[in-house]
Design a protein around this ligand. Structure first.
Ligand SMILES: Nc1ncnc2c1ncn2[C@@H]1O[C@H](COP(=O)(O)OP(=O)(O)O)[C@@H](O)[C@H]1O
Ligand SMILES: [Mg+2]
Length: 271
C-alpha cells in the first residue's frame, strides 16, 4: 500500500493491481511526498481496486489520519444499485431487485423477454450469456450458472428492462455488444473527466454526447457523492440513459484520460 501526498493537496492510497485501465503512476506525473507522519485535513482517495468491506477500510484509514473522500454511506449510494436506483429511477432502465433469483413466472409478471440480469454491483465480466436472457428456457439454464458464478452468487439478483442500445462498429469476444456508451467522473457534482466506456473497440463518437452528459449531471446532482462515476449510453431510439453508477475510487478509467482527470480534480482542491 503506497501513501502519497499529491501536490500538497490530496492523499492517494494506492496499490498497483496490474490492470492497465485502472493503474496510474502518480509519482511519474505529480509532485508526491510520502510523509512519515500523516497530518493535515487533506482529502484522501483510495485507488486499490475493488474494496470488499468499505466501512472497515474507511475506519482503518481514519485511524491512520486519512479520511476517504466518500463516507461509507456515500460509497453505498455510488456503488450499490439498490441504493442508487431509487434516486434516479426516471433516468435508467426499469429495475427490480430480489433477495434470491426470482422464478420465470415472477419475471414474466413484470418484464418482457429479453431481460437484463446482473448482481446489484456488477455482471460477471460482461458475459452476455448470463446477462442478456432471451427467454424462459434460457433463464432456466442461467439460474444454476448464476448461483455458481464467483462474481454473481453473493450479489442480490437484479432484473432490468432490456433496452436496445445504439451499436458501435466493434465487438469484443465474450462481452455484451459494445454500444455508444461513456464513462464520466464527478468531483463534488462537477464533471472532471469523461470518455468512451468501450475502450477496446474502434473509436466511436456521437454528435449529441453533450445531451448524455447533461443526463449524467442530473444523476450526479441526485446522488450527491463526492467522487462518483456515472456510465451513460445512447439507446437505439436516440435517448440517453444512465447505465450504472460507481464509486470513483473503484472505477477503471475506460477511455478517460487519467492524467487530465487527476489534474482537473487537483484544480478543484483549494488549500
Ligand atoms: N438494461 C440494459 N439493457 C441493455 N443493455 C444493458 C442494460 N444494462 C446494461 N447493459 C449493457 O451491459 C453492459 C454491462 O452492464 P453494467 O450494468 O454496466 O454491468 P457491470 O457493472 O458489470 O459493468 C453495459 O455497459 C451496457 O452496455
Ligand atoms: Mg458497467
Amino acid at each position: 500500500m503506497n501513501i502519497s501526498l499529491i501536490e500538497d493537496k490530496l492523499f492517494i492510497v494506492s496499490e498497483h493491481i496490474g490492470v492497465s485501465v485502472y493503474d496510474f503512476d502518480f509519482d511519474l506525473h505529480f509532485a508526491c511526498k510520502h510523509p512519515y507522519l500523516i497530518e493535515g485535513n487533506y482529502p484522501c482517495i483510495m485507488r486499490a481496486g475493488a474494496i470488499a468491506d468499505y466501512a472497515s477500510e474507511y475506519n482503518d484509514k481514519l485511524n491512520m489520519g486519512l479520511r476517504l473522500v466518500n463516507s461509507p454511506d456515500e460509497h453505498k449510494i455510488a456503488s450499490d444499485l439498490e441504493a442508487w436506483y431509487p434516486l434516479i429511477q426516471d433516468l435508467t432502465p426499469r429495475t427490480l431487485i430480489f433477495d434470491a433469483l426470482p422464478t420465470s413466472k415472477e419475471i414474466e409478471a413484470n418484464f418482457d423477454w429479453p431481460i437484463f440480469l446482473k448482481g446489484s454491483r456488477q455482471t460477471s465480466k460482461h458475459n452476455p450469456d448470463l446477462a442478456i436472457v432471451q427467454n424462459r428456457a434460457h433463464y432456466e439454464r442461467v439460474v444454476p450458472l448464476y448461483q455458481n458464478d464467483a462474481i454473481l452468487h453473493w450479489q442480490k439478483p437484479v432484473i432490468r428492462e432490456f433496452i436496445p442500445l445504439a451499436k458501435t462498429s466493434g465487438t469484443i469476444p465474450g462481452k455484451v455488444p459494445a454500444s455508444i456508451e461513456y464513462r464520466s467522473f464527478w468531483w463534488h457534482g462537477v464533471c472532471v473527466g469523461w470518455g468512451r466506456y468501450w475502450y477496446q473497440v474502434p473509436h466511436y463518437t456521437c454528435p449529441d454526447v453533450k445531451v448524455g452528459l447533461a443526463v449524467a449531471e442530473i444523476a450526479a446532482s441526485k446522488l450527491i457523492v463526492p467522487f462518483l462515476v456515472i456510465d451513460f449510453a445512447k439507446t437505439e431510439d436516440g435517448k440517453w440513459i444512465v447505465i450504472e453508477c460507481n464509486d470513483g475510487q473503484e472505477s477503471g478509467y475506460a477511455d478517460v484520460q487519467a492524467l487530465q482527470l487527476w489534474q482537473k480534480i487537483l484544480s478543484h482542491i483549494h488549500r
